[in-house]
Write a protein that binds this ligand. Structure first.
Ligand SMILES: Cc1cc2nc3c(=O)[nH]c(=O)nc-3n(C[C@H](O)[C@H](O)[C@H](O)COP(=O)(O)OP(=O)(O)OC[C@H]3O[C@@H](n4cnc5c(N)ncnc54)[C@H](O)[C@@H]3O)c2cc1C
Length: 465
């Protein structure tokens, strides 16, 4: 049996690691159980033929919380920041057009027609109120800005963040600040300006970051800091309440190298994907488990390829390109890794990462890797004018890549908050709660750690919000 008073964190992705690390900093005894033999979950860097490829996140926004973790781990010298002026492109009628990043750029962009441009800049002067019913992102954008903005700016962006379907994603769950700004100011542009200070929006956004040796640097450093408190290859198979309903802690059963172990814990933090949490919690919170299992996940294939620079007919000098559905390609977007961060490709060569599938094209996940690679290669040819085959490539098909904050998601999050209040010592961290980005996962994990600490000290349940 483990020492009493300890906390078990289930899952060693960025959420679980951040939570365990914060608990450790708060002097709370913690054990993190990770099913796989490596930590990081969706964060995973590989080196292949001199290229550095990422199968999950390519970068992260350097929020204060994340930069704090990086400093605490002593890996700030490994950090690379992308040039904030690096252009991002959207494909329209086969041409790469820059995404406008300021009100002035919106007025002059050739990405949008005159009517759409006017709709955007005049939004600040049109006061509206949110409808009483929950609204999809698509419905919101059509109502406020019109179809062209949805098609050429918002839908591609939503594919980039959620691999999601804007017709199904809930505005209030996926982008709560937009709902709040419309409610408070009648206009999202006015809300953005008030909260960030005029047209300095682009400058005030945290920088895009990665590490010299790739994203894996972060989870590996966190796991190294936690040392023996991280158990790899420890798949949690069951969680029981030690004394039935009411306070008294948990027994956590994990399988490890053909053996089993049971840990006693006063608090458990579920930091595994929602469907895993649903399975583990079904015996004692069946209604919540049912809701958790109802969270849809989009599948997504990631194809990383190395080319000679001379194989591209356009200079790939920015972040990458987003591809609207109406352009009739299956690729959702391509990141030009080597132009963002150093050390991604050997001299004279470049690394590209294509994303394909998502909630609007689920069929991709049932195709073979060879078929997916062929589609991506053809799209790269047509979109970027790439000629010839890649020097090297790698492909990952994530069957459950990203949770979808679809209409009704707010009710699931509310049910999770209720469970945190009614089941003493049970907490949730993960990318299905307050945003899927690495930064949001870390922020949520930190809040949970603080709540766990408060709970252990007082015996009173506190919510992680
Ligand atoms: C292709 C892709 C690209 C992305 N790009 C970006 C990006 O550019 N920027 C950004 O900020 N975000 C990006 N994201 C989102 C971000 O990477 C994820 O939301 C985040 O990493 C999720 O972390 P997590 O710890 O919540 O979950 P996971 O990373 O899914 O970790 C969960 C962990 O739980 C473990 N586990 C599961 N079952 C058990 C069990 N029974 N017992 C013990 N452990 C278990 C798993 O093995 C896993 O390690 C991207 C995501 C994907 C898929």
């Amino acid at each position: 049996m483990a020492e009493s008073g300890q906390v078990v964190v289930v899952g060693g992705g960025i959420s679980g690691l951040a939570c365990a690390l914060r608990l450790e900093q708060l002097s709370v005894p913690v054990t993190l159980l990770e099913a796989s033999h490596r930590v990081g979950g969706l964060i995973h860097t590989t080196e292949q033929d001199g290229f550095l490829f990422e199968s999950g996140p390519q970068s992260f926004q350097g929020t204060e919380a994340l930069l704090g973790v990086i400093r605490a781990m002593g890996i700030q010298d490994e950090l690379c920041k992308a040039d904030p002026r690096a252009p991002r492109y959207v494909l329209r009628r086969g041409r790469l057009l820059r995404i406008p990043m300021s009100p002035q750029a919106i007025l002059s962009t050739s990405l949008l027609g005159a009517r759409a441009r006017w709709k955007v800049v005049s939004e600040a002067f049109r006061r509206t109120t949110p409808p009483s019913e929950e609204e999809s992102i698509a419905a919101f954008v059509r109502r406020k800005f019109g179809h062209e903005i949805l098609e050429y700016l918002v839908s591609p962006f939503v594919s980039g963040v959620y691999a999601g379907d804007p017709e199904k994603l809930s505005l209030s769950a996926a982008f709560p600040t937009l709902t709040q700004w419309e409610r408070e100011y009648g206009s999202v542009l006015r809300g953005a300006m008030k909260s960030r200070g005029g047209d300095r929006v682009a400058q005030s956004t945290p920088p895009l970051c990665s590490f010299r040796r790739g994203m894996t640097t972060l989870p590996q450093a966190m796991a190294a800091e936690l040392g023996e408190r991280v158990q790899r290859g420890a798949s949690v198979e069951a969680i029981e309440r030690a004394n039935g309903p009411g306070p008294g802690g948990f027994r956590v059963r994990a399988a490890q190298s053909h053996a089993g172990q049971i840990l006693a814990a006063q608090a458990v933090v579920m930091a595994a994907p929602a469907h895993v949490a649903a399975h583990l919690l079904a015996p004692f919170v069946p209604r919540l488990a049912h809701k958790l299992s109802g969270i849809a996940y989009a599948s997504l294939a990631v194809v990383a390829s190395g080319y000679y620079k001379k194989q591209a007919s356009v200079p790939l000098d920015g972040f990458g390109v987003l591809v609207p559905r109406s352009e009739k390609h299956r690729t959702l977007g391509i990141v030009w890794n080597a132009s963002l961060f150093p050390g991604r490709a050997p001299e004279g060569q470049m690394a590209l990462t294509s994303f394909i599938g998502g909630a609007t094209d689920p069929e991709i996940a049932s195709k073979s890797k060879a078929e997916i690679s062929a589609i991506v290669q053809r799209d790269c040819e047509q979109i970027l004018g790439i000629t010839g085959s890649p020097i090297t490539s790698a492909i990952w098909v994530h069957q459950k890549a990203l949770p979808q904050y679809n209409l009704g998601h707010g009710h699931v999050v509310e049910a999770i908050r209720d469970a945190e209040q009614s089941v003493a010592g049970l907490y949730f961290a993960g990318n299905y709660l307050e945003g899927p980005s690495v930064g949001k996962c870390v922020e949520r994990a930190f809040q949970v750690a603080e709540s766990v600490k408060a709970y252990l000290e007082s015996g009173v349940v506190t919510r992680a919000d």
